[in-house]
Ligand binder design. Structure first.
Ligand code: MEV
Length: 323
């Protein structure tokens, strides 16, 4: 029996929805090319409020549909010919940090708008949120959007878990499955170096298409496949070893950054392992702390100039706020 996640019900305006951030444990970048990925939803939320308005605006900006590609893409795909609306978005997720701020904004907004047009089931919300994000970025996988729609731990193209849904693009089809949460605490540290996901994805795509690229992709695939299994059985030492190997691969495809390497080094005495999470080239690292050394790890990351968060996966995916 597959897990039944509740649909987003139909509502009239005003409506409010929220969605969590995400943290990629294994397989970023490689997932764009069809390899497996493991991601969990983070308990940092974005909340989106939609009310009737005399002009369509985002956070009081009436030019937002020209300036903000995610907003424009969501309106095009989920609000075609809809009346003008006033949208307000409030987020605890740092932007351009690899923590899913755009996926959370997109999934929250699509959930809210789709609720006004009669409601939406979760597989369709996942597909539509992916199309909106991809419409804005031009590249990418559904890993981020499916995770913030589902909540909890999610495997893309891997693992023996319950199937949740599949997401399609013209080139690929990704299977999304549930992975059980081993109940660990994770530490994320934002380097403060912003980056562009689309630029990083294109650069890695070029590296994977160059000589030696297919072998690197195969190794990404192995690491994520074994990582999904190790998380599923709560095997910390194997997870730590695979996190380190995944970081070497990310370095090899060129998305590390001196600030990220400095953070990984600074955290090492209190971390079983750390790696980039998300597109890299800036953004954040995720670390598995040595049990009992969580506070020391946070202190080490902060002293090295990062913004650290102790995070727990949240089981709450995108939802209407009054649900
Ligand atoms: C970005 O959070 C993750 C990437 O794999 C891109 C994507 O999957 O869309 C780098």
């Amino acid at each position: 029996m597959s897990e039944e996640l509740p649909s987003i019900p139909g509502r009239g305006l005003p409506v409010s929805a929220r969605a969590p951030g995400k943290c990629i444990v294994f397989g970023e970048h490689a997932v764009v090319h069809g390899a497996p990925e493991l991601v969990f939803a983070v308990d940092l939320m974005t909340q989106v409020f939609v009310t009737a308005g005399s002009a369509t605006r985002l956070n009081a900006d009436s030019e937002a549909s020209l300036r903000n590609a995610y907003f424009r893409s969501a309106l095009d795909l989920a609000w075609k010919d809809g009346p003008t609306v006033e949208v307000r978005a409030v987020s605890r997720i740092p932007k351009a940090a690899g923590l899913g701020s755009s996926a959370a904004f997109v999934a929250g907004l699509v959930a809210a708008l789709s609720s006004v047009t009669g409601g939406i089931d979760r597989p369709t919300l996942a597909q539509r949120s992916f199309e909106v994000e991809r419409g804005a970025q031009g590249v990418g996988s559904p890993g981020d959007t499916s995770t913030v729609v589902a909540g909890g731990f999610v495997a893309i193209n891997g693992g023996p878990g319950e199937p949740l849904w599949s997401v399609r693009s013209p080139e690929h089809r990704w299977e999304v499955r549930r992975v059980s949460d081993p109940g660990w605490v994770w530490v994320i540290a934002y380097s403060g170096v912003p980056r562009s996901t689309a630029d990083a994805v294109r650069a890695v795509g070029a590296r994977l298409a160059a000589p030696g690229g297919p072998e690197i992709l195969e190794e990404f695939r192995r690491v994520a496949t074994e990582g999904i299994e190790a998380v599923g059985r709560g095997d910390r030492s194997t997870v730590a070893e695979l996190l380190r190997r995944n970081q070497e691969l990310l370095r090899e495809v060129g998305v590390s950054h001196p600030r990220l390497e400095a953070l990984i080094e600074a955290g090492a005495p209190a971390a079983e392992a750390s790696k980039i999470t998300g597109a890299g080239a800036g953004g954040s690292v995720v670390a598995l702390p040595v049990p009992g050394k969580e506070t020391e790890l946070v202190r080490r990351f902060a002293r090295a100039g990062a913004l650290p968060f102790v995070v727990r996966p949240t089981s709450h995916g995108a939802s209407l706020v009054d649900d």
